[in-house]
Design a protein around this ligand. Structure first.
Ligand SMILES: CC(C)C[C@H](CS(C)(=N)=N)C(=O)N[C@H]1Cc2cn(c3ccccc23)CCCCCCNC1=O
Ligand SMILES: [Ca+2]
Ligand SMILES: [Zn+2]
Ligand SMILES: [Zn+2]
Length: 168
């Protein structure tokens, strides 16, 4: 039972997610695929399952927004801060906001949405930053190989919060 190690974490293993406003940089189905893949990276390393929800009651609401957007963390235009996420909890808890001012890509130009999403979902699951540049939770963006994106440290940290992946 990993509850004694409870940081701030979801108290369930099935977590729903939805997507609100999209970016005009990428087709909708590409954004959906990259978001699903970034969540799947964490699902593969933990007992967690992510289910797409089309209601606005999803645990993790994902949105592309700019500048002032209704929380106390306005974005800053191109570059600078790329995105932010709220830790596990009700309402805005778990939500992920991407700065729509960035050039979002599925490749190596601009900022790779899959890489940034994996970082943000780490926060949405309760992870803090790592000082290890190999970790997806490193505080600054770098182009990363998208195959096996999570470092062993990332996997250890998610297992500390939620336990190991069930032997499926
Ligand atoms: C790790 C990300 C996916 C998420 C984090 C934000 S968060 C809340 N989710 N941890 C992020 O956006 N970090 C900035 C940090 C940063 C780097 N610089 C900055 C200049 C100004 C402001 C911020 C930064 C120097 C110039 C480069 C700017 C572009 C890249 N920006 C970053 O790497
Ligand atoms: Ca920005
Ligand atoms: Zn926000
Ligand atoms: Zn971060």
């Amino acid at each position: 039972d990993y509850s004694h190690r409870r940081g701030n974490r979801w108290k369930k293993n099935i977590i729903t997610y939805g997507v609100g406003r999209y970016t005009s940089d990428l087709p909708v189905n590409t954004v959906d695929a990259l978001i699903a893949s970034a969540l799947d990276a964490w699902a593969k390393a933990s007992p967690l399952t992510f289910q797409r929800s089309y209601s606005h009651q999803a645990d993790i609401m994902v949105e592309f927004v700019g500048n002032e957007h209704g929380d106390s963390f306005p974005f800053d235009g191109p570059d600078g801060t790329l995105a932010h996420a709220f830790g596990p909890g009700e309402g805005i808890g778990g939500d992920v906001h991407f700065d729509e001012a960035e050039a979002w890509t599925a490749g190596f130009k601009g900022f790779n949405l899959y890489v940034v999403a994996a970082h943000e979902f780490g926060h949405a699951l309760g992870l803090k930053h790592s000082q290890n540049p190999e970790s997806v939770m490193y505080p600054t963006y770098k182009n990363r190989k998208t195959h096996n994106l999570l470092s062993s440290e990332d996997i250890m940290n998610i297992n500390t919060l939620y336990g190991p992946r069930d032997k499926r």
